[in-house]
Design a protein around this ligand. Structure first.
Ligand SMILES: Nc1ncnc2c1ncn2[C@@H]1O[C@H](COP(=O)(O)OP(=O)(O)OP(=O)(O)O)[C@@H](O)[C@H]1O
Ligand SMILES: [Mg+2]
Length: 304
């Protein structure tokens, strides 16, 4: 369990900037915990405080009952190796092959070469990229690069993964597949996920709990379904009215033959995610079509 207690972060500069003010949250083991808010709200600062990439100005981070806020040296390295992180821009090493990107954290902890390569190959299989082991990041699509980043983040067997806008640079169909992978990792490996996202569709579908942050303060937190169905704060209501995925793009969707209805793109993503535990069927459809099947049921949509 991760407890964030009365956390504040002030950046010094020409003038002081209060990026976080008195933030308190509890993230239980096994949660997929979403943090949503507008640009500049303090989301990245908050997750970077969890692995102490940013030092909180005040407050505490307590993990499994232990106050880690003051950690340094070996304790800090151990803490960071138990927390994987992925980013919007993938942050891969361009001069290293896919395999060598994934072995990197294991090199840092001086694992034997055979062991780290075997582990990296297992992880590449897990993310569906075994055949790309010898490729370089520039030879991969965005979705494939994010899969490499996920494999690298898993190398140390983390208990927690921090995902900072992990799907923001990806198209809808790739977003669906990456989110399905993150959800599988959460369920099958028991990795707790903290997911920062601008997208309400992403938060609604994969997060069991969410917190809404505005100007460095938590304005609402709770079970995702409850927050979405009955938002308590004005900020949440405004966010719900401006889903970044639907934006100005509409879409058509069909759950059953001849029952075609118009829906925002986010609904297509949501439908496809419902089916994400079943194989996602993309073969033979144009790029902009997102299709998935579950049992005999087919879900598909065209994002315009
Ligand atoms: N190193 C820094 N020095 C000074 N100010 C910073 C620093 N990092 C972030 N900030 C400021 O803190 C505030 C919160 O930034 P943060 O990056 O946490 O926002 P965010 O919610 O992640 O935004 P986005 O959605 O655009 O990524 C912003 O006003 C930002 O300008
Ligand atoms: Mg950010």
């Amino acid at each position: 369990m991760i407890q964030i207690e009365h956390l504040s972060k002030t950046y010094d500069g020409v003038s002081e900037h209060h990026a976080l003010t008195d933030v308190s949250l509890t993230i239980e083991d096994g949660d997929i915990f979403g943090i949503i808010g507008e640009s500049g709200a303090g989301k990245s600062t908050l997750v970077r405080c969890i692995n102490l990439l940013e030092r909180p100005t005040s407050g505490r981070i307590v993990i499994d009952g232990e106050d880690v806020t003051g950690y340094s040296g070996k304790q800090l390295l151990k803490l960071r190796s138990s927390i994987g992180m992925i980013f919007q821009d993938f942050s891969l090493f361009q001069q290293r092959t896919v395999l060598k990107n994934v072995t990197f954290p294991l090199e840092l902890r001086r694992d034997k070469k055979e062991h780290r390569e075997q582990r990296a190959l297992e992880l590449l299989e897990l993310v569906g990229l075994s055949e790309k082991a010898k490729s370089y990041p520039s030879q991969l699509s965005g979705g494939q690069q994010q899969r490499v980043a996920i494999a690298r983040a898993l190398a140390n067997n983390p208990r927690v993964m921090l995902c900072d806008e992990a799907t923001s640079a990806l198209d809808t169909r790739t977003t669906v597949s990456i989110l399905g992978l993150l959800r599988d990792i959460n369920r099958e490996l028991g990795v707790t996920m903290i997911v920062i996202t601008h997208s309400l569709a992403v938060a609604e579908k994969i997060c069991n709990k969410i917190a809404v942050i505005d100007k460095g303060r938590i304005v609402e937190t709770g079970e995702t379904a409850a927050v979405f169905s009955n938002p308590q704060s004005e900020v949440t209501r405004e966010l719900l009215g401006t889903d970044s995925l639907s934006g100005d793009c509409g879409a058509t969707a069909s759950r059953a033959p001849r029952q075609v209805r118009r829906e925002p793109a986010s609904a297509i993503l949501a439908d496809a995610l419902d089916a994400a535990s079943a194989p996602l069927v993309n073969a033979g459809c144009p790029d902009e079509v997102c299709q998935a099947t579950r049992g005999g049921e087919s879900v598909e949509g065209r994002v315009r």
